[in-house]
Design a protein around this ligand. Structure first.
Ligand SMILES: [Zn+2]
Length: 181
């Protein structure tokens, strides 16, 4: 039983290049993958507001994401969205862009396929918030962030707002991030 901080990853935030890379498929579900998943859950639970977390957000370039919406920890490896339908507007947030919530329109329902930790194929139909979560986390596995999904004007505003949030939270860190762009 170590301290909780030893069980969690540092969540990478906007400006970290790992968030812009394509994650590699998981080919061997070994003990290492299982430990990564356990530590991702600890990291998710320690976060203030997160309901999902993708491996690149903790610096791991593998196609893994975890989520928990109703006290049920769930994980998927090598996910793909095979069908999507409708439109749903939601104030989307991201643990890697802390403090920013932006109204975004995305498909309302999705069908996602992938494998679980036992290597069994899974297929999940999701609606509204869970469907949004799947699309958001899957984007992370492809190096896509919320900013990339915005229209130019919306992106400009969101970026300005985020810089303000960052500077208020930590003036020095804010300037570092500003320069990194
Ligand atoms: Zn995110």
């Amino acid at each position: 039983m170590g301290s909780l901080s030893g069980m969690t990853y540092k969540i990478r935030t906007f400006g970290d290049p790992v968030l812009l890379t394509q994650a590699a498929a998981v080919t061997d579900i070994d003990g290492k993958v299982v430990r990564i998943v356990e530590k991702m859950f600890e990291t998710l639970y320690e976060s203030d507001s997160g309901i999902g977390l993708a491996a690149p957000q903790v610096g791991i370039q593998r196609q893994i994401f975890v989520w928990d919406m109703d006290d049920e920890p769930l994980v998927i490896l090598n996910p793909k969205i095979v069908e999507s339908d409708g439109e749903w507007v939601y104030d989307e947030g991201c643990l890697s862009i802390p403090g920013l919530y932006v109204e975004m329109t995305r498909p309302k329902t999705v069908l996602m396929k992938g494998v679980d930790l036992n290597g069994n194929e899974i297929s999940i139909e999701a609606d509204e918030l869970e469907a949004r979560l799947f699309q958001h986390e899957l984007d992370h596995l492809n190096g896509v962030l919320m900013f990339d999904r915005m229209q130019p004007e919306q992106r400009k505003q969101a970026m300005a707002q985020y810089i303000k949030i960052t500077e208020q939270a930590d003036p020095v860190e804010g300037i570092v991030r500003l320069r990194a762009e």
